[in-house]
Design a protein around this ligand. Structure first.
Ligand code: AMP
Ligand code: MG
Length: 425
């Protein structure tokens, strides 16, 4: 296959996302729904705030009574009572009167403005309740406008109004809004359960002692972490040996998942075992994507009774499996959760060193992007071999060298996908 015949990253992703479907909705308590997407329109059963109330600690007054007030010519009002948040003042503020009021307390009848303590002659530090009813007076030092410091009933939410639309991703503010409506639970699209299976005779699990000639299975852990960072629920299935029997058994063990992710066994050496199993157990599109790292990538579907479990076969090399999960697996998890916009933020960077692209594939170089003087710069995280996982651990971005470029020169611009926060300075 020539490079020109290989599938582009965009085409491969489009074909995966054509098969992947949004999952059904579930009802979750709001505190457990962070990162999920609303499957229902949420209308408010309440008006918020429910009543006009004060935004400041101070005195509820009739604004007209304060006209002309200044520090030199204070207006003296008779204090007829006190009210705290959570209570309703039983009386009414008449001409020449004021009610001492605390933030959040409903505005007493008759009052149309709040004068903050700072604009009265009340000495600071007086406790709530320490006033003598009917004998107390307060001097207002500044004229108040009508409605000053009053939060209007319904200024946040009106009863019956659409507050959050289906499709909204729930984060702290949205969950706070749901709580303000008194909602305990909401309908959200389910998070996918993602089976993560490693394959290879050379792999050791972490509880096995080190053996020469073997390597620890890192893909299961890096990929499972990427799954949960994308919002999915990873389930590590362990390591399948490079035999048809073992791989078949391990695949079957994962078919209750919503998505199956395997790693390795799709490059030349042991390609056949995996291919045998995938072809026998499911429908497979074997692909060669025009990218580096990650040229070998498999995608298919395992039928499992009534269900069809999509399968993404990541390449084995640790950097390749992470980069291909980033480009194909993460969008799949997003789509299952009903999220749109799986794209990472992309910025134009100036490359600070030569980036060599050995063949006409799109090269995703691991880089550190930093910002200086309003511009972004990228330097590589060292040697770029697809087995060098530390190059990924140091990176906060992937710099994209197009398939038709053999290299980028220092000072040239390129696109970078940001995987984490940009360095400053
Ligand atoms: P394969 O696709 O099976 O030929 O694997 C390609 C390379 O990735 C080999 O060097 C494997 O040892 C390595 N590899 C495969 N699976 C893993 C894994 N789970 N963790 C770390 N390295 C792996
Ligand atoms: Mg292998």
């Amino acid at each position: 296959m020539t490079f020109a015949d290989m599938m582009s990253v965009e085409e491969a992703r489009r074909r995966i996302l054509d098969v992947i479907q949004r999952l059904p909705a579930e009802v979750r308590n709001i505190e457990d729904a962070a990162g999920q997407v609303l499957a229902e329109d949420v209308f408010s059963p309440l008006t918020i705030p429910p009543l006009d109330n004060t935004a400041m600690d101070g005195y509820a007054v009739r604004a007209a009574d304060t006209a002309g007030a200044s520090a030199a010519t204070p207006k003296t009002l008779r204090v007829i009572g006190e009210v705290a948040a959570g209570y309703i003042f039983p009386g009414e503020v008449g001409p020449g009167e004021a009610v001492r009021i605390m933030t959040g307390a409903p505005t007493p009848r008759g009052a149309d403005a709040i004068v903050p303590f700072e604009e009265t002659d009340e000495p600071p530090g007086r406790a709530f309740g320490a006033f003598a009813k009917g004998r107390d007076v307060v001097g207002v030092l500044k004229a108040a406008d009508v409605a000053a410091n009053i939060r209007r009933a319904g200024e946040d939410v009106k009863q019956g109004s659409l507050v959050l639309q289906a499709g909204t991703e729930l984060h702290a503010a949205q969950i706070g809004v749901l709580a303000s409506l008194g909602k305990r639970s909401v309908s959200v699209y389910r998070r996918p359960a993602v089976a993560v299976l490693s394959t290879g005779d050379e792999l050791l699990d972490l509880d096995q002692p080190y053996e020469p000639g073997h390597i620890y299975d890192s893909n299961a852990y890096s990929v499972a972490t990427l799954v949960s960072e994308a919002g999915g629920i990873p389930r590590r299935l362990g390591i399948a040996r490079d035999t048809v029997e073992d791989l078949t058994a391990k695949v079957h063990a994962g078919l209750d998942a919503d998505l199956m992710i395997t790693s390795a066994g799709v490059s030349r050496g042991d390609y056949d075992v995996v291919k045998d199993v995938l072809l026998r157990e499911g429908e497979v599109d074997f692909w060669t994507v025009r990218m580096r790292p990650g040229k070998p990538l498999a995608f298919g579907v395992f039928p499992a009774g009534e269900r069809r479990v999509p399968h993404i076969g990541l390449p084995g090399n640790p950097v390749s499996s992470m980069v291909t999960f980033e480009l194909f697996g993460r969008p799949a998890v997003f789509k299952m959760m009903g999220k749109t916009g799986w794209e990472r933020p992309q910025v134009r960077v100036t490359v600070e060193e030569r980036v060599v692209n050995p063949d006409p594939r799109r090269f995703y170089a691991r880089a550190v992007v930093s910002e200086r003087g309003g511009r972004y710069y990228a330097s590589l995280t060292g040697p770029q071999g697809s087995g060098i996982l530390t190059s990924m651990a140091l990176a906060n971005a992937l710099v994209v060298c197009p398939e038709d470029r053999t290299h980028l020169e220092p000072g040239e611009e390129a696109d970078a996908l940001l995987l984490g926060p940009v360095m400053r300075g």
